[in-house]
Design a protein around this ligand. Structure first.
Ligand code: HEM
Length: 211
């Protein structure tokens, strides 16, 4: 047990928890995107999807609690790592060079993370906690995203999610030990592909609804 706690407290332990929870979010986003694609099929298809999902009953509650604990771990440890990095380099560099291997995704990782947190809070208030039934959820999504302001917020948030995933995907596999010169370029390209699928897949929904 002591070993377990000290591993989690160590910097590799923290990175491992970021990786495992990050992988969980990639899984969630994949399922969420597939489900959301039913919005293109109209009210009948979307309502039937939501009905099937909610019919899972206690399983959904377990999944939601799992997601919530993953979110708490990812946010707390991510914030801690961000703070530790700031403290380790109290004097800011005058010139920020794009040193080898640094990408927009890696340089902005904590900031995109905080923006996603703000988006998810707004998103849950919009759709999860707003009063609705399985039958009225479709109308709720359409009336919300028909507003130009919400459409823009959602599209920008989806770009931010894509940027966060573009680095997170690669980074989590590196932490999990896939740090092999043969596989890393494949994983990097896969990370870019996954982030484009998330960005375009989620981002086009509000544009489609708005139009
Ligand atoms: C255009 C894009 C999106 C649309 C239209 C959409 C739609 C929805 C809807 C309708 C729900 C409510 C489901 C219900 O209460 O039965 C929901 C829940 C949720 N969404 Fe999204 N979503 C989008 C993107 C995202 C993204 C990018 C994230 C994460 C970064 C996200 C995270 C969540 C979470 C955490 C829940 C709560 C899940 C649960 O507790 O069951 N969504 N979304």
């Amino acid at each position: 047990m002591n070993w377990f706690i000290s591993t989690l407290g160590s910097s590799i332990g923290k990175k491992l928890m970021m990786a495992v929870t990050g992988l969980g979010f990639v899984g969630f986003l994949t399922v969420h995107l597939i489900g959301n694609l039913t919005l293109y099929g109209g009210q009948g298809l979307f309502t039937s999807y939501v009905g099937h999902l909610h019919a899972l009953g206690p399983l959904i509650t377990v999944a939601e609690l799992g997601l919530l604990s993953f979110a708490v771990i990812h946010i707390v440890i991510g914030t801690l790592l961000f703070y530790q990095n700031l403290m380790a380099r109290p004097v800011r560099y005058k010139v920020k060079k794009n040193a080898g291997g640094r990408t927009i995704g890696s340089a902005t990782q904590p900031y995109t993370g905080f923006i996603i947190l703000a988006f998810v809070i707004l998103h849950l208030l919009d759709f999860h906690f707003a009063e609705h039934t399985n039958e009225t959820l479709f109308r709720l999504v359409f009336t919300t995203l028909a507003s130009p302001l919400y459409m823009i917020i959602y599209v920008v948030a989806m770009i931010v999610v894509a940027v966060h995933v573009s680095h997170g995907f690669w980074s989590l596999f590196q932490t999990l030990g896939a740090n092999h010169p043969k596989y890393m370029p494949i994983i990097q390209n896969l990370g870019i592909a996954v982030s484009i699928v998330f960005g375009v897949g989620f981002g086009f929904i509000p544009i489609f609804i708005f139009l």
